[in-house]
Ligand binder design. Structure first.
Ligand code: NAP
Ligand code: ZN
Length: 353
């Protein structure tokens, strides 16, 4: 085992602060990575503050971070895909059983034995739970390490590992292509990637936002129209017209207002994960055979496909790079929807701790 610097929180109400954690020495299938950048996902905030305790409780101390980009420093003897110096990325998962039907189908995110990058029981027993990317270095089985296209800005790549794949996967799954009318609800980290992908897939994209000052940005990011969702007249103009809506909102809100905008057989997929349940009016669904579903990140093969697609189309996240010392401030701003459009930590800042 070896020591590495990190930022952790010791309770749901404590700020993140400097810490030292232990990582395992790379085993034969492991890749050791020096972390260069790590995105700040709203899930980090939900987890640090234990807001999802009804579904998954947080074990403290927690080291969050699952949008990781870094350089390989060491590989185990059986590693074939990577060598020291390679630019790599890690997303929300670091292990799965590899044998269940979901794993065999490339859907490791639904494996009953999937290990999340942080706050999952640590199979290697280095610590009670896995520790994420707000740290100097990480050790991960090569099956969960991804290749970074060489033409992309590295800070802008980090958010692709969660915000990117979480929006790419359902847009692909629900057949978003040219000629489809697609809504994206909430223009934050996930939402702005959803807009970029839906636009790149050729859809007519409508952004729903509670922040009128994001209108110009939404158009620049690839939206064809912007609706301020608090304006019911503007909302009603779109009744019964959408093929697909991707809902990325992080807090409880009225989803019936969006169900009513779907056409016959239209679907709305929730990727946002508010801590409280939301009401659904049966009539919003049954009147047009509409469906409501959910989606969680994406499998490893699809994540690599998404990264390669981003390389080909020159897609990265719009980021505000911050030093780790500003992470608590960034969390507060995220809660005020004040982010354009993803905070990314420059991990070099951890060296001065
Ligand atoms: P984010 O950057 O904070 O964006 C969320 C956006 O939702 C905000 O920018 C805001 O957009 C809108 N919003 C916030 N509060 C709202 C409210 N009370 N009513 C209406 N709109 C509101 O968060 P994120 O990192 O994109 O994550 C979004 C959600 O997805 C979180 O719950 C996160 O945990 C979840 N998530 C899920 C997965 C998955 O696999 N399913 C993966 C990653 C994240 P406007 O200003 O445009 O209104
Ligand atoms: Zn995330």
């Amino acid at each position: 085992m070896y020591n590495t610097k990190a930022y952790s929180a010791v309770s749901a109400t404590s700020p993140l602060a400097s810490d030292t954690i232990e990582r395992r020495d790379p085993t034969e299938h492991d890749v050791q990575i020096q972390i260069l950048f790590c995105g700040i996902c709203h899930s980090d905030v939900h987890s640090v503050r234990n807001e999802w305790s009804d579904f998954i409780s947080t074990t403290y101390p927690i080291v969050p971070g699952h949008e990781i980009v870094g350089r390989v420093t060491q590989v185990g003897s059986a590693v074939t895909k990577y060598k020291p110096g390679d630019l790599t990325a890690i997303g929300c998962m670091v292990d799965s059983d590899g044998t269940c039907p979901h794993c065999r189908g490339g859907l490791e995110q639904f494996c009953p034995n999937m290990t999340q990058t942080y706050n999952s029981p640590d199979k290697h027993k280095t610590a009670p739970v896995t520790y994420g990317g707000y740290s100097d270095s990480i050790v991960v089985d090569e099956r969960f390490v991804l290749r970074v296209p060489s033409n992309l800005d590295l800070a802008g790549v980090a958010p692709l590992l969660c915000a990117g794949i979480t929006t790419y996967s359902p847009l692909r799954h629900w057949g978003v292509t040219e000629g489809k009318k697609v809504g994206v609800v909430g223009l934050g980290g996930l939402g702005h990637m959803g807009v970029k992908f839906a636009h790149a897939f050729g859809a007519h994209v409508v952004v729903f936002t509670t922040s009128p000052d994001k209108t110009e940005d939404a158009l620049r990011l690839g939206a064809d129209e912007v609706v301020v969702s608090r304006n019911s007249d503007e909302m009603q103009k779109h009744t019964g017209s959408f093929d697909f809506i991707l809902d990325t909102v992080s807090a409880k809100h009225d989803i019936n207002a969006y169900l009513n905008l779907l056409r016959l057989d239209g679907n709305i997929t929730l990727v946002g994960a508010p801590e409280k349940p939301m009401d659904v009016a049966a009539f919003s669904l049954i009147m047009a055979r509409r469906s409501l579903s959910g989606s969680m990140i994406g499998g490893i093969t699809e994540t690599q496909e998404m990264l390669d697609f981003c390389g080909e189309h020159n897609i990265t996240a719009d980021v505000e790079v911050v030093p780790i010392q500003k992470v608590n401030e960034a969390y507060d701003r995220l809660l005020k929807s004040d982010v354009k459009y993803r905070f990314v930590i420059d991990m070099a800042s951890l060296k001065s701790e």
